[in-house]
Write a protein that binds this ligand. Structure first.
Ligand code: DGY
Length: 433
């Protein structure tokens, strides 16, 4: 294990670029929001200054309205599409003057990441001083979500693009693509020059992705206009579970800091409403877990994915519901020939174990599931998630995602997407600590 841990440390140091980390060379050459947060959790175990710098740089790119972009384009490079010139985030009047970025966001991990950093630190005083220096920015980010991304005042925020979900090409979005008919754009993909096309989204999927951005750009990334016009408007259980977990951690951290009663009261208000709505609206009894809700077309999207189980990480389900979810997980995802946890229902005809978020196992979701299952007392299943994660990395390397079928892991070629992928390394370090 020591060797694996050292290799993970080497991956993180290799992907460190002075003030932030790239997810991996070539395929993702900038700073990504949720990658950055999860990477900091790994650094915290052996290099706290880097962990803190990672978060500082991320928050330095925050917009005046509290928004944090999903990609921060620190450098000029044409090896990634769509780059800064496509996104044109400066169209938004409150965008960062300092950094070019996208005009979309990603699961808001920062709140719980700060708590992870604090918990890992062996110098609590110094760690709390760091938290004090950045926490209001994270609070401001949550303010943005509840004020701008919740048009019906439900306590649940929407995402307006599949790239905001983090689960970019999930089969769940197929239903939404059916409601759209974007132009057949001409553009040059870069991802498929770095990674086999069979592991990446299709050209037609990219047409949809670009089309949503064109609509947002036509309205200068105005939130109200996006809420009114975006063909993609979804309440995502992973995204909202992450926000809820981060709310909870912000409350705990503000309590440790003291003197923040107003912010604590506001966070508790958001939290109470969020947890109730989440539990009422997103739990599907027939599916046996939480699902996505299509706010644009006002209909539930009744599909099982690893996002369906993310609420365990945030303590949202009652113990009874958690039991139902775990049964669903083991029945559909937990067969002897499967590694836990596929990103999409392995029993569905939309399942594809090689293609990005249409089936492969991802380390970040496994890390959340491990934590969630442990907190609900499912020690054995949590242990299996952890062992499976370690086995996948040991057999293949620090890939971005992994084939969920056990028979695919006999010759070390079951890892897909980018190699030496930062969060796979970072979260392995945390799992082994
Ligand atoms: C990509 O380029 O596929 C990224 O995941 C977008 O965030």
């Amino acid at each position: 294990m020591k060797i694996l841990q050292q290799r993970a440390i080497d991956v993180l140091n290799k992907n460190w670029k002075d003030t932030f980390s790239i997810p991996c060379a070539n395929l993702y050459p900038f700073q990504w929001f949720w990658d950055s947060g999860l990477i900091a959790i790994g650094f915290a175990h052996f290099d706290m200054p880097k962990a803190e710098k990672e978060i500082e740089t991320l928050l330095d790119a925050q917009w005046d309205n509290g928004f944090i972009p999903h990609i921060i384009f620190h450098t000029e490079t044409d090896t990634y599409f769509p780059g800064a010139d496509f996104h044109k985030s400066s169209l938004h009047p409150q965008s960062s003057k300092k950094y070019k970025s996208t005009g979309m966001t990603q699961p808001p991990v920062t709140g719980f990441v700060l708590k992870e950093l604090y918990d890992t630190s062996d110098n609590k005083k110094a760690s709390l001083a760091f938290v004090q220096s950045v926490i209001d920015k994270v609070y401001h980010n949550h303010e943005y979500f509840y004020n701008k991304r919740d048009p019906q005042d439900e306590g649940l925020v929407y995402i307006y693009h599949n790239w905001e979900s983090g689960t970019d090409n999930s089969p769940i979005w197929d239903d939404i693509w059916k409601t759209m008919n974007p132009p057949d754009y001409t553009f040059e993909r870069r991802d498929t020059t770095h990674v086999d096309a069979s592991e990446r989204p299709s050209k037609r999927e990219y047409d949809h992705y670009l089309h949503i951005i064109e609509i947002a750009k036509a309205h200068n990334y105005d939130d109200a206009k996006i809420a009114e016009l975006s063909p993609f408007l979804v309440q995502d259980p992973l995204f909202n579970a992450v926000l809820i977990k981060s709310n909870k951690c912000l409350i705990e951290l503000y309590e440790l800091l003291g003197d923040n009663d107003d912010k604590i009261a506001q966070l508790k208000k958001w939290q109470d409403k969020a947890v109730k709505s989440f539990d009422n609206k997103l739990f599907d009894k027939e599916v046996g877990a939480y699902i996505h809700y299509d706010l644009r077309n006002e209909k539930p999207l009744p599909y099982l994915s690893s996002s369906s189980f993310a609420p365990l990480f945030s303590g949202i389900p009652s113990p009874e519901r958690a039991e139902t979810m775990v049964k669903t997980m083991m029945k559909k995802f937990g067969g002897d020939r499967q590694y836990l946890c596929a990103s999409f229902d392995p029993t569905s005809e939309r399942f594809n174990p090689k293609k990005y978020w249409r089936g492969p196992v991802w380390v970040n979701l496994n890390w959340m599931l491990y934590k969630g299952l442990t907190s609900y007392g499912y020690k054995d299943i949590a242990a299996r998630v952890k062992e499976d994660t370690i086995a996948l990395i040991e057999k293949n390397g620090f890939y971005e995602y992994f084939d969920s079928r056990k028979e695919m892991h006999t010759d070390g070629s079951g890892g897909y997407g980018g190699n030496d992928f930062s969060w796979s390394a970072a979260l392995l370090i945390d799992l082994l600590s």
